[in-house]
Design a protein around this ligand. Structure first.
Ligand SMILES: C[S@@+](CC[C@H](N)C(=O)[O-])C[C@H]1O[C@@H](n2cnc3c(N)ncnc32)[C@H](O)[C@@H]1O
Length: 313
């Protein structure tokens, strides 16, 4: 039954469409629902009564967990306020792993602290047997001089040449701010944010499902990383935009045999255990302590997918 939905963006209400997806059939589910902040969507009114919004969320959260395989993962992106309610519901039916804090300015709200992060809840369906890979991102550097931002003192010889392991605070991925870089959609996510979640919890050919697909960010990330996708989206126009972009996307985010995430001309996420296979494609500073002022570089620029192919950023 699920075959009919593989590599498709289905137009309709996610609660109806979920009925077609069998229990325990998807490797990873990710939801970026409307935040109930009166955003200007084409076919959805983003302003429900408080309890009505939460009741609705509980229904699709339950569906996400139901369709996820026992070793699979569930991610929910939202503002912290709503995530506190989501955890109360999820803690009863899934296994909490992390609250990822994505450092990105949000709308100014209220007169207390300025909101400066979105949360991404990371749950696995079951404790113990889950598929999770450690990731690395490039060292953070001073933009003008290129020196490492963090002072590792006399320990620079021990640094990983590519960069540190990824923590639960993400400061290196920016929201799409400029209108010319985004589709006509009020809150599109950066694709390399999705790359990171997909690389962390799935393998090639695994199935990724997004019930609020918007303009197809999750599907594009899944496709370029050699995964399968299923997207649900209420709005016809967003579905059309997604289909065009997906058509233009190739499964080519790879170095050698390893899937990686590119951002512009750099690699922004790798799996820790792929480094031994891919390090031959990089110029690594010598001696290693020179990493302090020199980045690892890809040896051959032909290894980088060309601009057209990474145009959906
Ligand atoms: C926050 S946006 C998702 C944006 C998406 N992550 C992206 O990067 O393009 C939420 C989306 O959910 C859609 N939506 C709202 N209610 C829905 C429903 N009941 N079923 C399916 N999609 C729905 C909206 O049209 C909107 O595109």
């Amino acid at each position: 039954m699920i075959e009919k939905f593989i590599n498709k963006i289905m137009q309709g209400d996610c609660l109806e469409l979920f009925k077609n997806i069998p229990d325990n059939s998807v490797d990873m589910t990710f939801a970026d629902p409307p935040f109930n902040l009166k955003k200007n969507y084409t076919s959805y009114s983003d302003s429900l009564d408080f309890q009505e919004y939460l009741n609705w969320c509980e229904k699709w959260i339950y569906e996400m967990v139901r369709v996820t395989k026992p070793a699979g993962s569930i991610f929910l992106h939202n503002i912290p306020k709503w995530l506190t309610y989501y955890t109360a519901c999820l803690n009863k039916i899934a296994n909490f792993k992390h609250w990822i804090s994505w450092d990105a300015p949000t709308s100014p709200m209220g007169k207390s602290l300025q909101p400066a992060h979105y949360g991404i809840l990371f749950y696995t369906k079951e404790a113990g047997s889950s598929k999770i890979y450690e990731l690395r991102y490039p060292h953070k550097r001073d933009r003008k001089q290129g020196f490492l931002l963090k002072d590792y003192g006399g320990k620079k010889d021990l640094l990983h040449p590519f960069g540190p392991l990824i923590s639960d605070v993400w400061t290196d991925i920016h929201r799409i701010k400029h209108n010319k870089k985004r589709d006509p959609h009020p809150c599109q996510l950066p694709i390399h944010l999705m790359d990171r979640l997909i690389l962390m919890t799935t393998d090639e050919n695994d199935i990724v499902l997004d019930p609020f697909s918007g303009t197809g960010t999750t599907a594009i990330s899944a496709k370029r990383l050699g995964r399968k996708y299923i997207g649900f989206e209420l709005d016809k126009k967003y579905v059309e935009i997604s289909k065009e972009k997906i058509e233009d996307t190739e499964s080519n985010y790879k170095i050698g045999k390893s899937w990686v995430s590119f951002y512009l001309k750099d690699i922004i996420t790798i799996r820790n255990n792929d480094w031994n296979d891919i390090k031959k494609y990089f110029i690594i500073p010598e001696p290693l302590r020179a990493v302090d002022y020199k980045k690892v570089k890809i040896k051959d620029s032909k290894l980088i997918p060309n601009k057209k192919r990474i145009s959906c950023l």
